[in-house]
Structure formats: structure tokens, C-alpha cells
Design a protein around this ligand. Sequence first.
Ligand code: RNT
Ligand code: ZN
Length: 415
Amino acid sequence: MPNQRYEEAKKAYAKIGVDTDAALEKLANVKISIHCWQGDDVNGFEDFGGASDGIATTGNYPGKARTPEELMADIDKALSLIPGKNKINLHAIYAITNGEKVDRSELKPEHFAKWVEFAKERGLGLDFNPTLFSSPMVKNGLTLSSPDPVVRNYWIKHCKACRTIAEYFGKELGQPCLCNIWIPDGMKDIPGDRLGPRMRLKESLDEIFSQKVDERYVIDTIESKVFAIGVESYTVGSSEFYMNYAAKNNKLCLLDTGHYHPTEVVSDKISSMLVFADKVALHVSRPVRWDSDHVVILDDELKEIAKEIVRNDALDRVLIALDFFDASINRVAAWVIGTRNMQKALLYAMLMPNKAMKEMQDNADFTQLLVMNEEMKTFPFGDVWDAYCEKSGVPQGDWFQSIKQYETDVLSKRN
Ligand code: RNT
Ligand code: ZN
């Protein structure tokens, strides 16, 4: 039975030259990389007592996942409420070693075999991240840029191990695995030497990438940052550092929306990256006053980011991953809210008369451009989104009851 509200919306959008059917088809092909670490406050399965050394979560909402089985069950619950075939983004601390203590520098593909099985069964891709935080080997706040060669070599070995695991993911799942390096390295107070650590970081990266992996299966990215709690004065892996490294070494930059000064926006950076690089990767987060990693909401900046991806025909050039971790609310709901919002933003951008708006700009018709931007806000976007949910076999706006049920049946029994 044709959906009445959708048919009406379709007509309204057709009047401004937008094809809603085409948008729905397009959206179904976009993969969002869903970060496993929202499920347990970036804890992982090692026993180091939670996120530390450059990463912090706040809140203690009950019911967080404590084991691979629990985390997988929670991901499944979230996926049942999220449209599309997406990817799961893993971190090295989520290795499944069956009780055996395996050092991060010794990790092997076999320690992630259960995740591959999980992904295969569900038709999902996998992405990966070496974990260079929450570890006694973070010495004086430094990893790959440490003056101590023992520390540096330890983390180099870990990153190499992770690229091998990423290659294994790619091969097993028949789609590239994005392998992202982020390090917490920096200083609380004014450095005595800014160049030294950066030179050492460059050398460490050179060493890591000297290990050849199959480029059909691994996409290497490097993620910059501006500051963190306790790292206020100097961050070794700054934006300029990685942008230059990536350009010279044919690697990709990963832009985290929380890793810039508060009035800088990633939406404005995407097009600059696309002029010079084949691809750019994102960690979509929501910084509230700082890199707070709040759950992604459908705000103006998210829409701007989506517009930059869609109207530049860059859905296969901008690799979208999420990165937030709120421990103060239901964690499964957090995934569902954030992922659906990313998808909504993309749909919103797909339902704009992008070609016409570009022409308005080129013809200096800025009044009409503003009118169009504003009028789009009250178009029947929600009806198209609802049709997409229906078509994808997931609930429309009424999914929260099912989370509450899961909380009662599963999460509340975990303490
Ligand atoms: C930290 C970075 C990094 C992490 C994840 C867990 O500021 O954003 O991407 O959030 O690797
Ligand atoms: Zn990030």
C-alpha cells in the first residue's frame, strides 16, 4: 500500500526538482562506521580500569557491556533500530583473547576472529584503531613521540600489528578496513621543545607505514587534535602536522569534529581536503564547549557536513565514522540516536535542490539562496525519513519503547 504521507512529500519535493525515490536509494548505499566504544565507555576487554591517558568519559548510567557477548548483544539491539548496512568500528582493546593476557604489541588477527564472524553473519564491514591510550606504556603523556625509544618502539609494534589486523578484516570481509591512528601525545604546560616530539612522531609513522599492507584492504588515516584535559598547551599530532604528513606520504587525514577550536567547523574543511586528497575521513562527534564527545544530534553543523558530502558528490570520498561516548544515558539509545541523526542529515542534504542552489550562488542571487536554505527547513522531510525507515524494516520515530524493554530485560540485570 503506497504511503500517503510519502506520496505527498514526494510531490512537494518534485516541485523543486528533487527526486525523493532516488534519494532513498542513494541513502541505502551509504555506510556509517558505528564505533563499538559507545557501548562500554571506551573500556575494552583488557583490565586497565577504564579510559585514561588522554581519553575521559563521564557518567555512570547502569548496564554497560562488560564482555564481548554483552557488547555484541547491545550492538545487535542498536542495529535493529538503525537503517542500512553499516560498518562496526573496533579498537585494539576489544580483542577477544578468551582469558589469555595478550599484550597490545602482540595482537594478531586470531584475536579478532570472533568479530569477523560477527560482521560476516550480519553483512557488515569492519574498521579498526590501534589503542594508544589507557596503558602504562603511555609515559609522561607520550607514545609515538616519546623521547624513550623503548616506548616509541612498543607503540610502533602495536600499530604495525593493528595494520595487519586491519588487512585481515579487509580480506575476510571483501571491503577495505579503515585503520586510524590517533595518539594522545602532548603537554599540559608550555613546552621546552615543540619540534623534537614532532620529528619523532614523523619517524615513528614512517616506520609504521614502511610495513607494506595490501592497499585494496587497508585505508590508513591519521587523526589530529587540538587539546585535551591535561594536554592544554601542546598537542604533537596537530592539524598542520598530519595534513602535511598525509599529503607527502599519500595517507588520509581523519577530521574529528571535536578536535578544532570552538568556532572552527569541519563542514568548512571538507571541500578544502577534497581539492587535494582522493578521500577524507571523519569522526562525527558533538563537542559541547570542548571535545566532550556528546551524542550527535541533528544540528546545523551536522547538516552542513552532510551537505558538503552530498552536493560535492563525495559519498564515496568522505568516509563517515562516529565518535562519541556518553556514559550518562542509555548507551544503546546513544548509538541509535547518533547514527540515525547522521543518516537523517545525509537525507536532508539529498533532498535539497543542490544544483539549483549552486547556480543561485554563481549568479550572485544570494537572496534566493537564503530563501531556499530556509524554506527547506519546513519541507516534509520527516515523511521521507519515515518512509526510509519503513523501507529499511526499522521503526520510525517510535523506537524508544523497545530500548526501554531491552533495559528491563537485559541491561538492568547486569549489575
Ligand atoms: C580522541 C579521538 C579518538 C578516540 C577514539 C576512541 O580524542 O577522538 O578518535 O575518541 O579513538
Ligand atoms: Zn576521534
